[in-house]
Design a protein around this ligand. Structure first.
Ligand code: BJW
Ligand code: ZN
Length: 250
């Protein structure tokens, strides 16, 4: 099923970095953004995923995020997330860089995770920065307000035009640069600067493996494109790692 090159690269790799997008969570029931069933078909990103839209219509933006918080709270990690969590224990250096805000990698047991676009389970006040839990948010009005300063509370996610969290970004660049094998999984690879990471890894010499149900902007640059569902392919990659690598690290 896998090429001999992929097998030997994984056999020898000391450092593996994984970059994920919405597609890895699709099989858990999280809608993707783009493509036929993507949520941007129904909602326009510029109306929901930027700060000006939030200030213009916080009620609409909050309705959307509360809906998505409920989806995330009601679903489970899938076979793709679980396979990655076990792979982490088999390589001396292993990092997951995710664009997802759904927390499913952590819930699957992965430890070394960099979240580039925030986490929908966190919220903060735009005035004083105070954090609020989802339980607090759900018990407040439709548009939650800070209990300290009265300003708007927002989900801790990165909208268009906003900077990515600096530390998470810097660690992600390092993880891309040190990777011998770099997986790009379930992302259309069109949102920057995140989408530059596979290219950073490639420039630094990594072997790039893409897993997606269809070809993407990254495909021409990848060393291998594995077409299929990540929940089907990743357990097979894990099996390969189990048979290839004699002992688990840690
Ligand atoms: C499966 C599968 C299965 C399905 N198995 N696969 C013009 C040119 C270049 C850049 C720009 C530009 N104009 C503006 C920009 C910058 C902008 C950008 O990149 N825009 C482009 C879209 C044009 N970027 C930004 O604004 C970023 N910040 C920034 O640049 O700061 C610097 C700056 C500051 C100030 C001024 C100017 C610059 C911030 C980007 C933030 C992105 N935020 C979102 C929302 C997060 C919160 C939320 O979720 O609500 O992040 S947008 C959305 O897209 C979300 C995702 O993380 C991100 C990426 O999407 P992803 O994960 O790739 O999902 P999809 O749906 O696109 O793809 C899913 C894939 O899965 C598909 O390929 C399927 O085939 C596949 N799939 N099922 C495997 N079972
Ligand atoms: Zn406040």
């Amino acid at each position: 099923m896998f090429s001999s090159q992929l097998i030997s690269k994984l056999q020898r790799a000391e450092s593996v970095t994984v970059f994920t997008g919405a597609g890895i969570s699709a099989e858990s029931g999280v809608p993707t953004f783009r493509g036929t069933d993507g949520i941007w078909k129904k909602f326009r990103p510029e109306e929901l995923a930027n700060f000006d839209a939030f200030i213009r219509n916080p009620e609409l933006v909050w309705e959307w995020y509360k809906h998505r918080k409920q989806i995330v709270a009601s679903i489970q990690p899938n076979a793709g997330h679980t396979a990655l969590a076990e792979m982490e224990r088999r390589f001396p250096q292993f990092a997951i860089i995710t664009q997802n805000i759904d927390n499913l990698h952590r819930r699957a047991g992965s430890k070394n995770i960099y979240e580039l676009h925030g986490n929908v389970e966190r919220n903060y006040c735009i005035g004083c920065g105070k954090n609020f839990t989802d339980a607090e948010i759900m018990s407040m009005d439709k548009v939650p307000r800070c209990t300290s300063c009265g300003d708007l509370v927002r989900p801790d996610v990165v909208w268009f035009g906003e900077q990515l969290p600096v530390e998470q970004w810097e660690k992600s660049v390092s993880a891309a640069e040190r990777a011998e094998v770099f997986f790009s999984i379930g992302t259309s690879a069109v949102v920057y600067p995140a989408a530059s990471l596979p290219l950073t890894a490639k420039k630094a010499g990594a072997y790039i493996i893409e897993i997606n149900i269809e070809r993407t902007e990254l495909s021409p640059w990848a060393d291998e494109v594995l077409l299929g569902r990540s929940g089907d392919i990743l357990p097979n990659i894990l099996k390969l790692c189990r048979s290839n690598r004699l002992s688990a690290h840690n």
